[in-house]
Design a protein around this ligand. Structure first.
Ligand SMILES: Cc1ncc(C[n+]2csc(CCOP(=O)(O)OP(=O)(O)O)c2C)c(N)n1
Length: 619
C-alpha cells in the first residue's frame, strides 16, 4: 500500500564514538508501528527510555522493555513530565534518550519541553508523541504538531512502520546535529498498523559526558533571553537542511494538480490516486519553504491533505501560496480512505462512486462496559445509593459515568478528580456529599498534589482510591504501587495508607471491593466525616495478571421477582431471561462470563442468586 522510503540516516557528527556491527539491512519482518519506533530507537543506540502508558503509544515502551538490559534502561515513570525530565537528565549526562506518550501526555510534559527546547541537548533527545484522531481512547482530540510549533521543535511525520523505524533514527541525528529535542509524531493508525519493515543493526554510542555549560543548561532569565534567539537560528538551520533532505519527497505526476500530504494521509492519497503529483512531507515543522514554493509553481492547483488541524495549509497560506485543504477535508475525526475519497471527489479529482447496495444488516451497538466482576463496580453502586456528587477521573472506572451505574458527574483529565471535588466544596453550594474517585495509577500520576492541597485547604471531601493493583485501562502496566517495574523485577511497593497518613489525613479505611455491606458503610461514614476522608477500595483487576475466575453464580428463577437491583451493576454476565414474574423480566447469568465476585448476590433483594454448587447440592 505504501511506497518504500528512501530516507537514509544523517551521518552523526555529534562526537559520540560509534561502534557498529554489520549495518546491512535484514530481511523484512512484520512490525507494528510502535514496535518499529522501539526498534529504531534501539538501532540508534538509545541508552535511556522512559514513558507513562497511554493509548496509542503504550507498546513502544513495552517493546523497548524486551531489548537487553545491558543495551538500554527501559522504565515506566509515574507520569509524562517525570518521564521527559528523566530522559532530559540522561541527555544532560551525554547519552541518547527517548520518551513516548499519548498526545495528552504532552500537556503534562509540556512545561519541561518548553524550557528544554531553549537548552537543546547533549545526548540526542527524542519525544515520540502519538495522537488519537477520532478519539478512540482519549478525553480529547488534539494535534501535537501545534506543540512542535510552540516549542520550535522539529516534528517528524512517519507514514508507515518502515518510516517509523527510519525516522526515529533520523530524529536522534537531527537532535544532536541541531542541538534540539525532536518530536516523532504518530497517530493511532501508524502505532497499531503492522507492515513489513527492514531492520538494521544497533550502533553503540559512547556517552558524551556532562557538558559543563551553565549558560546553556541553567534556564534563568538572563540565560533564557540569550537562548531564545538561538531557537530562531536553529529553526532556519533545520529548515535549510530539510530543503535537500530525503524527508521531503516529490513524486512527480500531472501538472494540473499537486497534493501536499504527510503521515498516514499520504498512504490513503497514494491508494486512491497512485499517479498523483505528490509532495510528501516527512516533517511538519519547520516546513521547507523553498521546496513548497517550487512545488506550487510547478502545478496549477495545490491541495493539502492533512489529518486534524490545517497546520501545513495555514503555514503555506502565510507564505503567500494558494492552496486548498480544509474546505475539502474535515478538521476533526480520523481520516480513512473513504474520508479522503469524499474530499477528492468534492475537489473534482475523483469521479463520484455509484452508491453501493444499501446495507440491511446493522452491527449491534456495543458500548464499552466494565468487566464481569470488575472491582470498581461496587463502589459506584454504593456512591449512587449515597446520592453523592462524584467527580471522576480517567481509567476503566470512567465507564461508571454511563448507564446503568451512572454514578460519576464530572471527568476532566488525569488527576483532576480530587481538585475538582475541592473546588465544589469551596463553592459551598453543593448539598450532596462530595466524593472524588481515582484509580491507583492515576493517583500516583497526578493525584498526590491535589490531595495535599485538599488537606492544606481544609475541605470536606471524601476521596475513594480505587486500587486494582494495575494500570488496567491501557492494558495492565505496572507502576510504583504494584511492586514491579517494566521488566517485571520486584521493587519497593508504595504503601498507600502510610503515604496518605503522612499527608495529614487521619480518617483512612481500606476495604475489600467485593464486600458490599462494609463498602457502603465505610463510604457513608466517610461522607459524614468533617474533613478529608479516604477510602481505599482494594481488589486486583479481574484481568490481572491472568483472568481471575472463581465459582460462577446462578439465578434461582423460581425465586427471582425481576426486582432489577442486580441489573443496576451493569455486569455483562447478567441479562434478561424470557421468563416473567408479574410482568417483570427475570434475570439470568452467563456462567462462562461470571467470575464469582458475588456482588449481584449481595445486592439482590430476594436472595435468589447463589453459587452454582448450591444448586447442585440442592438437586
Ligand atoms: C495524561 C494522560 N496520560 C495517559 C493517559 C492514558 N490513561 C488513561 S487512564 C490511565 C490510567 C488508568 O489506571 P488507573 O487509574 O489505575 O485505573 P484503572 O484503569 O486501572 O481502573 C491511563 C494511563 C491519559 N488519558 N492521560
Amino acid at each position: 500500500m505504501t511506497a518504500q522510503t528512501t530516507t537514509q540516516p544523517l551521518h552523526s557528527d555529534s562526537g559520540h564514538v560509534e561502534s557498529r556491527n554489520d549495518a546491512r539491512q535484514s530481511e523484512a519482518m512484520p512490525l507494528m508501528g510502535n514496535e518499529a519506533i522501539a526498534r529504531g530507537a534501539w538501532e540508534a543506540g538509545v541508552r535511556v527510555t522512559v514513558a507513562y502508558p497511554g493509548t496509542p503509544s503504550t507498546e513502544i515502551m513495552e517493546s523497548l522493555g524486551k531489548y537487553p538490559g545491558q543495551d538500554l534502561q527501559a522504565e515506566w515513570a509515574t507520569n509524562e513530565k517525570v518521564a521527559l525530565d528523566v530522559a532530559i537528565g540522561a541527555s544532560f549526562a551525554g547519552v541518547r534518550a527517548m520518551t513516548s506518550m499519548k498526545h495528552v501526555g504532552l500537556n503534562v510534559a509540556a512545561d519541561a519541553l518548553m524550557s528544554q527546547t531553549y537548552i537543546g541537548v547533549n545526548g540526542g533527545l527524542v519525544l515520540v508523541v502519538c495522537d488519537d484522531p477520532g478519539i478512540h481512547s482519549s478525553q480529547n482530540e488534539q494535534d501535537t504538531r501545534i506543540y512542535g510549533h510552540l516549542a520550535m521543535v522539529p516534528v517528524l511525520e512517519p507514514s508507515d512502520a518502515q518510516e517509523a523505524l527510519d525516522f526515529t533514527k533520523i530524529a536522534f541525528d537531527i537532535s544532536e546535529r541541531f542541538d534540539t529535542p525532536v518530536i516523532v509524531r504518530g497517530t493511532t493508525r501508524l502505532s497499531h498498523t503492522r507492515s513489513l519493515v527492514r531492520t538494521g543493526e544497533r550502533v553503540e554510542k559512547t556517552s558524551l559526558g556532562f557538558n559543563e555549560n551553565p549558560q546553556k543548561n541553567v534556564m534563568i532569565p538572563g540565560h533564557a533571553r540569550m537562548r531564545h534567539s538561538a531557537l530562531f537560528r536553529r529553526e532556519e538551520q533545520v529548515r535549510q537542511y530539510l530543503e535537500e533532505s530525503d524527508l521531503i519527497r516529490w513524486e512527480p505526476g500531472s501538472q494540473s494538480v499537486g497534493v501536499v500530504t504527510l503521515s498516514t494521509a499520504y498512504t490513503y492519497v497514494k491508494e486512491l490516486m497512485p499517479q498523483a503529483n505528490v509532495l510528501k512531507l516527512g516533517v511538519s515543522y519547520p516546513l521547507p519553504g523553498e521546496k513548497l514554493r517550487e512545488f506550487c509553481a510547478a502545478v496549477h492547483r495545490v491541495i493539502v491533505v492533512e489529518e486534524l488541524e490545517p497546520v501545513v495549509e495555514n503555514e503555506m497560506k502565510l507564505m503567500g501560496l494558494e492552496v486548498e485543504g480544509k474546505s475539502l477535508f474535515p478538521r476533526e475525526g480520523e481520516f480513512s480512505p473513504d474520508v479522503i475519497r469524499a474530499g477528492l471527489e468534492k475537489a473534482g479529482l475523483l469521479q463520484a462512486r455509484k452508491p453501493g447496495p444499501e446495507l440491511t444488516v446493522q452491527a449491534m451497538p456495543r458500548p464499552p462496559l466494565l468487566c464481569a466482576g470488575c472491582p470498581h463496580t461496587g463502589a459506584y453502586m454504593a456512591l449512587r445509593a449515597l446520592n453523592a456528587r462524584v467527580s471522576g477521573d480517567i481509567g476503566c472506572y470512567t465507564l461508571a459515568a454511563v448507564e446503568p451505574l451512572k454514578a460519576i458527574d464530572t471527568t476532566v483529565a488525569m488527576g483532576s478528580s480530587i481538585a475538582n471535588a475541592t473546588g465544589m466544596a469551596l463553592a459551598g453550594s453543593e448539598t450532596r456529599p462530595i466524593v472524588a474517585t481515582i484509580g491507583d495509577s492515576t493517583f500516583l500520576h497526578a493525584g498526590i498534589p491535589p490531595l495535599i492541597n485538599a488537606v492544606y485547604n481544609q475541605v470536606n471531601i471524601t476521596v475513594v482510591l480505587l486500587d486494582n493493583h494495575i494500570t488496567a485501562m491501557t492494558g495492565g502496566q505496572d507502576h510504583p504501587g504494584t511492586g514491579r517495574n517494566l521488566r517485571g523485577e520486584a521493587v519497593h511497593k508504595v504503601d498507600y495508607e502510610d503515604l496518605i497518613r503522612s499527608l495529614g489525613i487521619t480518617w483512612i479505611r481500606k476495604i475489600d471491593a467485593y464486600n458490599m455491606g462494609n463498602l457502603y458503610q465505610y463510604l457513608r461514614e466517610a461522607t459524614l466525616y468533617p474533613g478529608v476522608a479516604v477510602v481505599i477500595v482494594d481488589r486486583p483487576c479481574v484481568l490481572d495478571p491472568v483472568k481471575i475466575k472463581g465459582e460462577a453464580f446462578r439465578v434461582n428463577a423460581e425465586a427471582c421477582t425481576g426486582c432489577q437491583t442486580c441489573m443496576n451493576l451493569g455486569c455483562p454476565a447478567l441479562s434478561w431471561s424470557d421468563e416473567l414474574f408479574e410482568g417483570h423480566r427475570k434475570v439470568k447469568i452467563d456462567e462462562a462470563s461470571c467470575i464469582g465476585c458475588s456482588l449481584c448476590a449481595q445486592v439482590s433483594t430476594t436472595n435468589c442468586i447463589l453459587p452454582v454448587t448450591a444448586f447442585e447440592t440442592n438437586a
